[in-house]
Design a protein around this ligand. Structure first.
Ligand code: IMP
Length: 429
């Protein structure tokens, strides 16, 4: 038994897609367990770019790809994504792709409400959601109003559920927009999607049990990052699911005793899309330079990402809560041209030195980062595959991070291509 959970340690966009793709070559199955098509995973293979939002990244390697019960699925989007990836030459069929029939679905009304709510909010009160209906769909799940794929077995009851959801949300829509949304067209559209997608549906908890019984290697692919976690992140500027590693079990139905190793994916600097606290943000030329070299634009929304230095206190909390026992440092090459590189090692809040990430939003917003400055290497590291080949200052940067967070760095990513990595520890063994 050798299962692996991959999670982001920052605000998402740490480069998980590339690492999942790399490790998927040694896996038998890849499983998504939370989030939805708010995620954006970019894979570059032989200069060909694949952009995935909902399909597990393992599909590109033709590995068994599973969408677990914790994921919210927009059936219209899923059909489109399957179509697009098929057009890029990737075969998606019921032998290599399985969706849990326990998944809750995102309806067009969820997407509508997501945007409407964001538009109602002013300035920094906006969360900056992806506008894909993720929050409203999870809300309906928690309020016990939601619709699951398994509900499509009884069309009369399904229609009642649609009516109840639309009635519920129409009270609010009517108040702000002076109109109501009709469930009828959406019901027909989603039903058609279901009919096309039903061939992929199954009991994924059982499938995972069978795989575990046969000692298969399963890779759990987290979406977003630790600080977007509903409980542990920078609430309310978070997503609506738990992004921590332990949700790999709840969100897939896989017994937690099978989760062996957790890899935390960490960008060599920090980025964030959307609003909310970001203590080490460099809202200046440094941030602009990081964003330009790192091509920091959202995969899903195209939005420009906010950029700043690496934050050790944030990383430590993510390692502790997610039980991370190996790190993957990505995009090291983006720092190649920096003369000095900063790492935040403690905070000052109201003139007090603080060593742990605070939970209160106003404390998070008052953080003054305290930095350690390391000398940059000002040499090209792109594509390097051996640690000894890295410039000495780059080696020092990597070692310093590992020492400060007391965690091994298992892989260093030195470019977007599949083989641009330094492997220090094999993740699956
Ligand atoms: P939602 O998940 O669309 O509700 O958005 C909530 C917050 O999470 C916003 O700040 C989004 O920008 C952020 N977010 C959601 N998914 C991702 C992701 O995959 N990468 C980075 N940020 C994300």
């Amino acid at each position: 038994m050798s299962n692996l959970v991959i999670v982001g340690t920052q605000w998402g966009d740490e480069g998980k897609g590339k690492i999942v793709d790399l490790l998927a070559s040694s896996a038998d199955a890849v499983v998504r367990f939370q989030g939805g098509h708010n995620a954006g995973h970019t894979l570059v293979i032989n200069s060909k770019t694949f952009k995935l939002s909902l399909l597990p990244s393992g599909i590109v390697r033709q590995k068994l790809s599973i969408i677990g019960n914790g994921v919210v699925v927009d059936p219209i989007h899923l059909e489109k994504e399957i179509r697009e990836i098929t057009n890029q030459g990737i075969n998606v069929n019921s032998s290599n792709f399985v969706i849990s029939s326990d998944c809750f679905i995102i309806l067009p009304i969820h997407k509508y409400i997501d945007s409407l709510r964001e538009n109602q909010k002013k300035g920094s009160k906006k969360i900056g959601t992806t506008g894909r209906g993720i929050g409203p769909a999870y809300e309906d799940k928690v309020s016990r109003r939601g619709i699951r794929f398994s509900d499509f077995k009884n069309l009369e009851e399904l229609k009642e559920k649609f009516i109840s959801i639309y009635n519920h949300h129409n009270v609010w829509i009517e108040k702000f927009e002076g109109k109501e949304l009709s469930y009828r067209d959406d019901f027909e559209t989603i039903l058609k999607c279901y009919q096309n997608l039903s061939k992929y549906m199954d009991k994924t908890w059982l499938l995972l049990k069978q795989l575990n019984d046969k000692n298969r290697k399963i890779l759990f692919e987290g979406a977003q990052g630790f600080y977007l976690d509903l409980d542990h992140g920078t609430y309310p500027y978070v997503t609506s699911s738990n992004t921590v590693a332990s949700n790999a079990s709840t969100g897939s139905g896989s017994n937690p005793k099978y989760l062996k190793k957790t890899l935390g994916i960490t960008k060599a600097y920090t980025t964030r899309v959307g609003n909310g606290p970001f203590p080490t943000e460099e809202d200046n030329d440094v941030g602009e330079k990081l964003g330009k070299i790192g091509n920091e634009f959202g995969t899903v929304t195209g939005r420009k990402r906010r950029c700043g230095w690496l934050d050790i206190l944030m990383l430590k909390k993510a390692i502790t809560v997610s039980g991370i026992n190996g790190l993957v440092l990505t995009k090291l090459d983006v720092l190649d041209s920096f003369k000095d590189i900063k790492i935040c090692t403690s905070y000052k809040i109201n003139n007090q030195i603080v060593q742990d990430y605070p939970s209160n939003l106003s404390s998070q917003q008052s953080i003054v980062p305290i930095y350690e400055t390391l000398q940059g290497w000002e040499e090209k590291t792109k594509g390097i595959t051996k640690f000894e080949k890295l410039p000495l200052n780059a080696q020092n940067y990597v070692k310093r991070i590992s020492t400060l967070v007391d965690c091994d760095i298992d892989i260093i990513s030195t470019g977007p291509e599949r083989d641009e990595n330094i492997i220090l520890n094999e993740a699956f063994n």
